[in-house]
Design a protein around this ligand. Structure first.
Ligand code: ARG
Ligand code: MN
Ligand code: MN
Length: 325
């Protein structure tokens, strides 16, 4: 029997701020800008209140309009660069403000480019407070392209590189320093579609990766034990765990509502176990939910699944003999 986690730990009691980021400026197709509302329709806020969390919905951030442009040689051959920078500045400021106020920011995306802003803000907060930062990146993709290697020019494919200090200064230095994230502070799980040059970068940067082959071989339990091992024994008051959850991490059979599906992802129970083991750490300090695309969803089923999984991050459990939940 594994030792029981201390469920009185901080994260269960940290008040939550929902922050809508209605943009798909970094994605190849339109629709993720409607993600925040789909999560609200699926009752994300009430689902967390039901678990005893204090939840405040701060509404949607404002940002530039979705004027989609072609790749632009002046901006590293990326698409919609200026707009993505403006959105990320807004995200950075909002997240930093909520953390400073002692609240847990939960981003309702929006495409994955927003993670540059959110994680930069978390990194800045951790530097200000002397906390140790650890990021779990759940995704079918590595999002480790640079402007030079990106096959698409889509900015949602480059956030991990930007956070690692590779990319345009406007995105690498949002926190005021770079890199926002050292390789020891990042672990990627669920990868199954990684471009050749991304593989090279992951290797040279020595990023911890549990790809789908690892999950197949180890199972989700052992994968998560290993992914969370660097946090063993950490003092909750000195440690900040950030979860960046790309909906395409999930198998498209259960989560069709996202723009870049890749088959062969975690199933419902594997995803639940993953969330429950993250919850058990008691260290969760901030979350991105990204790439939900209601235009591609079926009767909001992907949004409802995400709400179900987020409930597991906050203590909903299938453990029968644990009366604390
Ligand atoms: N956040 C995502 N869904 N990213 C998909 C990235 C796909 C591809 N690697 C690219 O750079 O364009
Ligand atoms: Mn992805
Ligand atoms: Mn992603």
């Amino acid at each position: 029997m594994p030792s029981q986690p201390d469920l009185t730990a901080a994260s269960l009691h940290t008040p939550i701020s929902l922050i809508g980021v209605p943009t798909d400026i970094g994605a190849g197709r339109l629709g993720a800008a409607m993600g925040p509302d789909a999560l609200r329709v699926a009752q994300l806020g009430p689902a967390l209140s039901e678990l005893g969390c204090e939840v405040r919905d701060l509404g949607n951030l404002a940002g530039p309009a979705n004027q989609r442009k072609p790749r632009d040689a002046e901006h590293g051959n990326l698409r919609n660069f200026g707009e993505a920078v403006a959105w990320n500045q807004a995200v950075h400021d909002a997240v930093h403000g909520q953390l400073a106020a002692g609240r847990m920011p939960l981003m309702l995306g929006g495409d994955h480019s927003l993670a540059v802003g959110s994680i930069s803000a978390v990194a800045r907060h951790c530097r200000d407070t002397g906390k140790r930062l650890y990021v779990l990146w759940l995704d079918a993709h590595a999002d480790f392209n640079t402007p030079d290697t990106s096959p698409s020019g889509n900015i949602h494919g480059i956030p991990v590189a930007c956070l690692s200090g590779l990319g345009p200064r406007e995105l690498t230095h949002l926190a005021g320093f770079a890199p926002a994230l050292g390789p020891q502070s990042l672990c990627q799980i669920g990868l199954r579609s990684v471009d050749a040059q991304e593989k090279h970068l992951i290797k040279t940067h020595n990023i911890d990766v549990f790809d789908m082959r690892a999950i197949d071989e180890l199972g989700m339990r052992e994968t998560m034990l290993r992914a969370l091992a660097p946090l063993a024994g950490c003092d909750p008051s000195q440690t900040h765990l950030h979860l960046s959850f790309d909906v395409d991490f999930l198998d498209p059979e259960i989560a069709p509502g996202t723009g870049t599906t890749v088959r062969g992802g975690p199933n419902y129970r594997e995803a639940q176990l993953c969330m429950e083991m993250i919850a058990d750490t008691g260290l969760l300090g901030s979350i991105d939910i990204v790439e939900l695309n209601p235009a591609l969803d079926l009767r909001n089923q992907t949004a409802e699944l995400v709400v179900d999984l987020v409930q597991s991050l906050f203590g909903k459990s299938t453990l029968v003999k644990d009366l604390r939940r």
